[in-house]
Design a protein around this ligand. Sequence first.
Ligand code: BTN
Length: 241
Amino acid sequence: MRVIKLEETQSTNNYAKEHITLLEDRSIVHALRQTNGRGRLNRTWVDLGDNNLFFSIVLKPSNAFCPVYSNLTQYASVILCKIFENYGLNPKVKWPNDVMIDGLRKICGILCETVIENNELKGIILGIGINLNASKKDVENIPDRVVTALNLEIGKSVNSEAFLDEFLTEFFKSYDEFLSKGFEYIMNDYIKRNCFLEKDLNVQVLNSVKSGYAKGINNNGELILQTEDNKDLILNIGDIL
Ligand code: BTN
């Protein structure tokens, strides 16, 4: 595993994309500061200052896309939950991959992007931002969502290098097994930490909003929404609003 450490970059995902052919499988692009961090749904990912984490994992498992790659963000979210639990917290997953402390306060974000050229998969970029050290004022200033940071939850500052090492160790410990077994490998761990099932949800899917009752998660990690007309809608992308 090669770690490329940058003092500052616009976005570690952009950097990984621009250098995708040069970066080997399992490379990590880690930036100390991010000036234009990107989130899902064209949102920005705010840099909350020193000792927060912004990194992208570059994965090149094969030249063709396999369905299990869509579950990588869910795999990462379960690993993050387990680490936060070791700090005595109660993290929950909001489908597909948001980790929310007590199901309420977002502590990290995952943005997965693929680079495909001439029908060939050049790489998967799993970009992860984790709020480890922030001031209460700065998290409160983030618009439209309730955000937290690990130091605010546990009452002391956190060593970001040690946290990154722990995450990467845990991520790669079972990565190969996860790829071969698929979502079912993490299904129980994922579902038992959910904060969205058995609730009425509005889900942003591309340019439309789907509403329904969250009935379950299938073997592929997809969300089963029961609509008003009693039909099952299977969603493989989307953001719960
Ligand atoms: C989200 O929850 O909307 C996803 C946020 C992902 C943020 C990380 S920070 C490192 C990587 N680089 C980016 O520009 N975005 C991801």
